[in-house]
Write a protein that binds this ligand. Structure first.
Ligand SMILES: Cc1ncc(COP(=O)(O)O)c(C=O)c1O
Length: 373
């Protein structure tokens, strides 16, 4: 099969038989929207994360958008997030009518710079949306206390960090709500689109259960105009089956990361990710940096050898066409902008072997050794 970039097809084989049985059961009952599979996964995920509630929705973008809507965020408000995130984080803010306020990232962790986030607060700030980027948790212990005193909500974009734990708390349980994507190649991935929200606030949970379902929990009782964004039961079955393996899969990802460190640490011309030596990084992605001038050559060389790489993400949000209207020029976020030119995502998934990493290290040594910067 070669070296996979991500491994949803491998994970599928683990759950295949039980999932197919679950699908048959749904078909037998004839309940194709909602039903027991969804509530069962919701309680399993709430229990796993240590939240009082979990609410399944259509995808991770909706998880963010609906949470901000349910918190009453809208036109005239500001929400602070990182310039270097997947565009969905900022789209979710934009579509509430609020203004996205971006800040640069920390040069070591690539995570939102919390001091800059605090400096960006104005009387209009309603929420801060830290992103646990690449699977590594932002340490929010101090920020949550600081924000609570100012009546600012902390909503975690946990899309890439399912299963990560810091100081005994799981990603998605540090702020008022945690938003997850179950996109197939995520650490906890469905077999199609899916998303979820964790919260321990009963009022927010109740509002989210209604907002995702046309403004009411019961059919045809619409308390306010809502949306249709429900977790599909066939996805919920897959997710509940995969959840049982999530911790074991996080161990595999961390092991793959330690292999990369072992084989790449003495290689010149490549910067490896810095991270805490605990369970707060679940390595959704393994990101290295090389000089911008040689990145294409490095990627092409690896591709010729059968190793697919990617870039997460080629452009910080303020330099995308979609958000060109935000008041940030080129140069506004120098760390994010520089890293966007240097980052390379190497394969990271539950099937990576030591042989794979050795092979990639040899190829990287070969290509880095021959390129003149
Ligand atoms: C950081 C981040 N936020 C939000 C999302 C949106 O999730 P989805 O693709 O499920 O809508 C993603 C998914 O790629 C993501 O990586």
């Amino acid at each position: 099969m070669g070296i996979l970039f991500s491994s949803p097809q491998v994970e599928f084989q683990v759950i295949r038989d039980e999932w197919l049985e679950g699908v048959e059961e749904v078909a037998r009952r004839g309940v194709f929207v909602g039903g027991t599979p969804v509530t069962s996964f919701e309680s399993a995920f709430a229990q796993y994360t240590g939240s009082a509630y979990s609410i399944g929705v259509g995808n991770g973008t909706d998880a963010l958008f609906l949470t901000l809507k349910a918190l009453g965020i809208g036109p005239g408000d500001e929400v602070i997030t990182a310039a270097n995130t997947f565009i969905a984080t900022v789209e979710a803010i934009h579509h509430t009518g609020a203004t996205p306020v971006l800040v640069d990232c920390d040069p070591d962790t690539y995570l939102i710079d919390l001091e800059r986030a605090k400096q960006a607060v104005t009387p209009r700030t309603k929420a801060i949306l830290p992103v646990h980027l690449y699977g590594q948790m932002v340490d929010l212990s101090e920020l949550t206390v600081w924000a609570e005193a100012r009546n600012i909500a902390i909503v975690e974009d946990s899309a890439q960090a399912a299963g990560a734990r810091l100081h005994g708390q799981m990603a998605g349980t540090l702020g008022i709500a945690g938003c997850f994507s179950f996109y197939p190649d995520k650490n906890l991935g469905a077999l199609g689109d899916g998303g979820g929200i964790t919260t321990s606030d009963p009022e927010l949970a109740s509002r989210l259960r209604r907002i995702r379902n046309h403004g009411g929990e019961a059919k045809y009782r619409h308390e306010f105009p809502g949306f249709n964004s429900r977790l599909d039961p066939l996805q919920a079955i897959a997710l509940e089956l995969k959840l049982k393996h999530l911790d074991e899969w996080s161990v595999k990802r961390r092991h793959a990361a330690s292999l990369y460190e072992h084989y790449l640490q003495h290689l010149g011309g490549i910067v490896l990710p810095k991270h805490r030596q605990d369970e707060s990084h679940v390595f959704h992605l393994y990101i290295v940096r090389v000089d911008a001038a040689i990145r294409d050559k490095v990627r092409k060389h690896l591709q010729k050898k059968g190793v697919l790489t990617a870039i997460h993400y080629p452009s910080p949000v303020h330099l995308t066409e979609a958000f060109a209207h935000l008041p940030y020029e080129q140069g506004a976020f120098p760390v994010s902008e520089r890293y966007a030119r240097e980052i390379v995502s190497l394969p990271m998934n539950i099937s990576i072997t030591e042989e794979d990493v050795k092979f990639m290290a040899e190829e990287l040594r070969a290509v880095l050794g021959t390129i003149q910067v």
